[in-house]
Write a protein that binds this ligand. Structure first.
Ligand code: IDP
Ligand code: MG
Length: 143
């Protein structure tokens, strides 16, 4: 199995709660390498574009308000099974359903403000990485 790339985000609530170091530490301890990362403050329009697969959902307006409410950290993580490994570290979308030891179980306040994002499949990972980064960002950070 070759290494995969996935897009992770530390959402505005994670940055506000000063969990950046804690969360990146969890990725690294699990064997995922940070391939590149950057802080962004998305506009409402950019958040709507990132989450357009959810545009028909009742929570779309609230979610995109939240995601544009403050800076996020976007990271590309690299490693064996990076996509599923990151999803395991995150825990279920609803922190009430997340298993003990996951990031969402430990830190999320509710189903919307759930601290982290992670791509759910190779095709979405590719698209989501492209949303924030170019090949050069990733290559330059890994000489
Ligand atoms: P995921 O982040 O675990 O992949 P998705 O179903 O892709 O979950 O939803 C994207 C994001 O939308 C969630 O992380 C959460 O912030 C928000 N969200 C999902 N379901 C709900 C809901 O029922 N109410 C409010 N926000 C939600
Ligand atoms: Mg999702």
């Amino acid at each position: 199995m070759t290494a995969q790339h996935t897009l992770a985000m530390i959402k505005p609530d994670g940055v506000r709660k000063r969990l950046v170091g804690e969360i990146i530490g969890r990725y690294e301890k699990a064997g995922l390498q940070v391939a590149t990362m950057k802080m962004f403050h998305m506009t409402k329009r950019e958040a709507e574009s990132f989450y357009k697969v959810h545009s028909d959902k009742s929570f779309f307006d609230s979610l995109t308000d939240f995601m544009s409410s403050g800076p996020i950290i976007a990271l590309v993580l690299r490693g064996e099974n990076a996509i599923s490994k990151n999803r395991e570290l995150m825990g279920a979308t609803n922190p009430k359903e997340a298993v003990e030891g996951t990031i969402r179980k430990a830190f999320a306040s509710d189903i919307e403000k759930n601290i982290v994002h992670g791509s759910d499949a190779p095709e979405t990972a590719e698209k989501e990485i492209r949303f924030f980064f170019s090949d050069l960002d990733i290559l330059r950070s890994n000489p």
